[in-house]
Design a binder for this molecule. Structure first.
Ligand code: FCB
Length: 452
């Protein structure tokens, strides 16, 4: 149960952090033995990423990680969630290990620990080695074993220093967008491929948990799920049905088998041909926490040409929106947190939350981002309301530390607390950086309550 927090206090052991991911910030795409991922390939496919942007250089974090850790220290965060780039440590995805690639994460982890920041390691944030996609990627049942072997390598190497582990980031986004909508790599649009990918990624998750439990003493293991309310664009039967199907894919296709032991009824029959005896038991391994990535509600409309009969709908015109048009509904975040505690009964860490914009420095060279400050203020207040109503929230990570490569939008959507000038790689902390540092300092110094 949640503690007796009040408007001005947070539990003493509440964890404040920021999140990033490998392909979005590291750069050094062809350096020190790293091989291409499916996102390197997608970036080179005409018309798939805005402006022809690529992650070749990104925030050059591979070389500038020490400066970035110093920025984290300045925020006063407790924890940093990052991901390991599979093709940096296993260029072909399996087999030959790239020792130089492994060394990079040693340096990063050691710098974090030295700065008093706990590393939270996510094994997969969408950058599948291209060599594995050439073998069929997640549509192949063997992919669960490839993932388990990769997880074992990473666990053996860093498990002495890293105790917080996540298997995957946003299962449903990369499978739905990657295998049914062509919004993410590998850009396949095929119902059967999508169903296989869902099931195999679930199998990989279960196998990954077993490996982490066996190899990392004292590991605290979770998975990072995107969940948001799905609302029909119009109040019609067709749009309501579309919203229900999108909800099954977006919100339930992964947490339900992983934590409740069954697929959502809307897709269970379709996925059944790919499920073998014992699979669900292998998928639903005990977990220590639920990672929630949440931005705002999404809207669905009926589309008979869509693989699943839905398409992305638009939010109401008068809905409050961020600079990049994402709807802002803190109450939906509050309700989501309350529901999650009831449905899955695990401690929750909000592993991503934030707002995108087109931030730019002013004449004085400062980056003022009042819209992000107002978004984060209202969402952290909603989180506190949820906790008062019984939601078991244990920590909160802002997406993101730095402006970075924002997938199909390239560098145009900036989510950072720190502005990055991509021409010079200069970092400029924004107003929201100072706002977050103050929130954390206040949370740590206010008279505090303990979790009951
Ligand atoms: C999430 C992703 C993250 C970033 C944010 C804005 O879906 O996990 O990499 O793109 O959205």
């Amino acid at each position: 149960m949640a503690s007796k927090t009040t408007k001005t206090t947070w539990p003493t052991d509440f964890i404040w952090g920021v999140s990033t991911s490998s392909y979005q910030i590291e750069g050094a795409a062809r350096e020190d033995g790293r091989a291409p991922s499916i996102w390197d390939t997608r970036c080179r496919t005409q018309g798939k990423v805005a402006n022809g942007d690529t992650g070749d250089v990104a925030c050059d974090h591979y070389h500038r990680y020490a400066e970035d850790v110093a920025l984290m220290k300045g925020l006063g965060i407790d924890a940093y969630r990052f991901s390991v780039a599979w093709p940096r440590v296993l260029p072909k995805g399996k087999g030959q290990i790239n020792a130089t690639g492994l060394d990079f994460y040693d340096r990063l982890i050691d710098a974090l620990l030295e700065a008093g920041i706990e590393p939270w390691l996510c094994l997969y944030h969408w950058d599948l080695p291209q060599a594995l996609d050439d073998l069929g990627g997640w549509t192949v049942r063997d992919s669960a074993g490839w993932f388990a072997d990769y997880a074992a390598l990473v666990a053996r190497r860093y498990g002495d220093r890293v105790k917080r582990w996540a298997t995957f980031n946003e299962f449903s986004v990369f499978t739905l967008f990657g295998y049914a909508m062509d919004w993410n790599a590998p850009g396949i649009v095929d119902r059967e491929a999508h169903l296989k990918a869902i099931h195999h990624v679930n199998m990989a998750h279960g196998a990954g948990i077993d490996v982490l439990r066996a190899l990392v003493p004292g590991a605290s293991i979770g998975a990072v799920h995107n969940r948001q309310r799905v609302w029909p664009e119009h109040d019609t039967d067709a749009d309501r049905a579309a919203a229900q199907m999108l909800d099954a894919h977006w919100n339930r296709a992964f947490p339900d088998p992983q934590l409740l032991g069954h697929y959502p009824p809307e897709i269970a029959e379709a996925i059944d041909p790919y499920v073998r005896g014992g699979d669900l038991a292998r998928i639903s391994r005990p977990m220590d926490w639920f990672g929630l990535n949440h931005y705002g509600p999404i809207f669905a409309k009926s589309d008979p040409n869509g693989v699943w009969g839905f398409a992305w709908g638009s939010p109401p015109e008068d809905a409050p929106k961020s600079d990049i048009g994402w709807p802002i509904f803190p109450e939906a975040f509050r309700d989501e947190l309350i529901d999650l505690t009831r449905i899955y009964r695990l401690p929750i860490y909000v592993t991503e939350n934030g707002a995108g914009g087109g931030d730019a420095p002013n004449a004085a060279g400062e980056v003022d981002d009042p819209q992000r400050v107002s978004y984060l203020t209202s969402y952290t207040a909603a989180m506190q309301e949820a906790m008062q109503a019984g939601a078991d929230v244990r920590g909160y990570f802002v997406w993101s530390l730095l402006d970075n490569f924002e997938w199909g939008s390239g560098y145009a959507n900036r989510f950072g607390l720190v502005y990055v000038d991509f021409a010079t790689q200069q970092r400029i902390p924004k107003t929201s950086y100072r706002w977050y540092a103050k929130l954390i300092a206040g949370a740590k110094h206010a008279p505090r309550t303990r979790r009951a």
